[in-house]
Write a protein that binds this ligand. Structure first.
Ligand SMILES: Cc1cc2nc3c(=O)[nH]c(=O)nc-3n(C[C@H](O)[C@H](O)[C@H](O)COP(=O)(O)OP(=O)(O)OC[C@H]3O[C@@H](n4cnc5c(N)ncnc54)[C@H](O)[C@@H]3O)c2cc1C
Ligand code: SF4
Length: 465
């Protein structure tokens, strides 16, 4: 065995849990140059690197780590850039523990290489030292429209711009970035320092943005193709339609979706006294759900000054959120009520939430998802007092685009039907990201956007022949 794996994994510096539970500054500080170099020295540069296979976009991980170890972050950035257009974002938010790091050979007997933190270091280095982006191909005179400015749309647009296409992104909200700006909180993904700069890099490639345009209302996919001179459209409209439980009391004042709660804080700066965005927090907030979105909502509620509790119907083992997020939430003082399910939201005489009635659950036989199904325990109902209930139960794609675009098929979950290259059932219309898969991850959305850019290029070339 090489000496390399005798070096322990370099711990990453984080903001003190008690202090950070009261502010929105980034929790994790990342590695400095010396720490990154030391961590990079742990990689064994495996001949058949399992980490690369486990990365959804197959970043050449040992090669970028070697470049970093040799003191050449510019080369490391170029290697990552072959497969990923958002390293500073993905280094922060990818579920590395189930992807690259989950497969790293060093993880079998010890701690895997901190691939995510190294990627973040390289991405941030690149943002600090960014040279003017160079258009890699002259403009080819062809125009493509992109619907939605999340990771799928941004990745598709930048690849097409690099190939010479004129690309315009239409975004329904007043700010571009999709979930990166309206969903994932500032304390995990800084908006100005990281997201805005990644978006600037896309703009610098010549991509145009038009905000406050709801495709399907203001314009349609058909009008973009037929009247506005676009030869192809990429739909990266995400999965922003929240699900609710369908229980009594859900329409009381004080019940909100996690999307709305997070949009008000992130996009509309409700946490900043300089903004007058209203947000209902009260003294006690209950967040229903156990995914990343639930963790983001509950940690946000805590930072807004509430006592914040997670209510989740399965056990800790089944929590779908990333382990790091659960760990951070616990350290910040979030209460977890596992094996608990709300059956009714309770209101006061004025129609405001005063609590939820819950039932205790136990785990039965595995269900269709392969996880043991939660079953209510008879006679175990109890009340939990709270002022606000945030529902974080998952989301699905908004049906608007499918309803207003002729010939665009969807599956039974309302997701747009598309093949691996992003081609939909309508010629010239491509789609990818959460709009196709349902709520998934940034890296998968980005990968889908890039695959579609290739397919769109092939399609437009075929028209020209
Ligand atoms: C709170 C939260 C936390 C998350 N945490 C993580 C994480 O830690 N790690 C991770 O990998 N993933 C995480 N995800 C999931 C990840 O953010 C998504 O999978 C990813 O952003 C999907 O990218 P997308 O481009 O497909 O869609 P989105 O990012 O949703 O972007 C779609 C964009 O399209 C716009 N749009 C929609 N309809 C229209 C229309 N008709 N016309 C014009 N524009 C339209 C929307 O306004 C939006 O800006 C999280 C999601 C949420 C909500
Ligand atoms: S599996 Fe781990 S040790 Fe091997 S190349 Fe990948 S990061 Fe390096």
């Amino acid at each position: 065995m090489s000496m390399a794996n005798k070096i322990p994994r370099v711990p990453v510096r984080e903001q003190d849990p008690q202090r950070r539970a009261t502010n929105f500054e980034e929790v994790c500080y990342g590695y400095d140059t010396e720490e990154a170099q030391t961590e990079a020295s742990r990689c064994l540069h495996c001949k058949h690197p399992r980490c690369v296979e486990a990365c959804p976009v197959n970043i050449r991980i040992p090669d970028f780590i070697a470049a970093l170890h040799e003191g050449d972050p510019a080369r490391a950035a170029a290697i990552i850039g072959e497969d990923s257009s958002l390293p500073s974002v993905c280094g922060r938010v990818c579920p590395q523990e189930t992807q690259c790091e989950g497969a790293c050979i060093l993880g079998i007997k010890g701690e895997p290489v901190a691939i995510g933190k190294l990627e973040r270091y390289v991405g941030d280095w690149q943002l600090e030292h960014a040279a003017e982006p160079v258009r890699t191909a002259p403009r080819n005179g062809h125009r493509v429209a992109v619907v939605g400015s999340g990771p799928a749309g941004l990745a598709c647009a930048s690849d097409l711009a690099k190939m010479g296409y004129e690309v315009k992104i239409f975004e329904a909200l007043h700010k571009v970035g999709g979930v990166l700006v309206y969903g994932i909180p500032e304390f995990r993904l800084p908006k100005e320092r990281i997201v805005a700069r990644e978006i600037e890099a896309v703009r610098a490639l010549g991509v145009e943005f038009e905000t406050d345009v709801i495709v399907g209302r203001t314009v349609t996919v058909d009008s973009l193709l037929d009247d506005e001179g676009f030869e192809a459209v990429f739909i990266g409209s995400g999965a922003g339609l929240p699900r609710f439980m369908g229980i009594a009391g859900e329409n009381l004042n004080g019940v909100v979706s996690a999307n709305e709660f997070l949009t008000r804080t992130n996009l509309m700066h409700a946490y900043d006294p300089a903004y007058d965005t209203p947000i209902q927090v009260g003294r006690r907030v209950v967040v229903v759900g156990g995914g990343n979105v639930a963790m983001d909502a509950v940690r946000t509620a805590k930072r807004l000054g509430a006592e914040a509790t997670i209510v989740y119907r399965r056990s800790e083992k089944e929590l779908p959120a990333r382990a790091e997020e659960v760990h951070h939430a616990r350290m910040e003082g979030i209460e977890f009520r596992m094996l608990t399910n709300p059956v009714e939201v309770l209101g006061d005489e004025k129609g405001w939430v005063r609590g939820i009635r819950c039932v205790e659950m136990e785990l039965g036989e595995p269900d269709a998802s392969g996880r043991r199904a939660p079953v209510p325990k008879a006679g175990s109902e109890f009340e939990l007092a709270c002022d606000v209930v945030v529902m974080a139960l998952g989301t699905s794609p908004n049906p608007l685009l499918a309803a207003t675009t002729a010939g665009l098929a969807t599956d039974r979950r309302g997701c747009i039907s598309a093949d691996a290259a992003g081609a939909t059932t309508r010629a010239g219309v491509f789609a990818g990201g959460d709009a196709v898969t349902g709520a998934a991850t940034v890296i998968l959305a980005m990968g889908a956007g890039r695959a579609a850019a290739k397919a769109i290029d092939g399609y437009i070339r075929s028209l020209a022949q």
